[in-house]
Design a protein around this ligand. Sequence first.
Ligand code: SF4
Length: 263
Amino acid sequence: MPRDYTYGPFQSRRLGLSLGVDVLPKIKTCTFDCVYCEIGNTIHLVSPKFRISSPPTHKFEKELRDILKYFPHLASITFGYNGEPTLNENLMEFYDIALKVRNELRWTGTPPHLTLFTNSSTLHFEDIQERVKNFEIVLAKLDAATQADYIRINRPHKLCPENDRIIDSLIHLREKMTSNKLVLQCLMLNSHRKDFSPNFNDKNIEKLAFAIQKIKPNEVQIYSLARIPAEYFVFSIDEKQKNQIKNVFNQIIDNKNIKISYF
Ligand code: SF4
């Protein structure tokens, strides 16, 4: 059966068995052009104000039901793949259908979570926050806490908010997410190029820790490249370096309610 909306499920290191849901057109549409993006450079680099109107067709519900009946042990129905999913104004129509299907099916254990990936660049808009806060798990990107690292690593569209504003919007979102879970994802990388400083640097790591302390997410996931990146000159940090970041975070954040993990 050709699929229009879903991919996988795949075993994810951070989510368990996860079915991906793509709510965007097939051309990657994103407000960032991250140097490490595993789906290549962003052809359609858009402003965070850009909106797509693309409601789900009747095929979405059918596709979900046809696949999910084979995976009663699924851990997550995960929105976001081909860019930034909050750009689709009809995101919540997808969510409502997924919630209905999830609640009607039988599961062998805990039903799968409804999870959203976001790069955090649209979270300063109130209407987007009101949508995003409904997801049971929000995986929000925060790779940098200095403007320079943010510009170099995420290569945002020129109308994207500054890094400090993104951090403020995450603080605000966290306050709204009373029962659902906010997870910050920090992708840290190294660079082969002498003129390209990686975000794995002391200043960025320290500033990230102070930002996390203010945001108070439920969890922070430190990870690195696992697939071929958009740019040849970046490469993965190793286990020792991930652990080093975890230790700095724990030392500065000093909050037992924030779980810090690395993958
Ligand atoms: S935000 Fe995600 S989809 Fe967009 S460029 Fe970065 S890694 Fe790729």
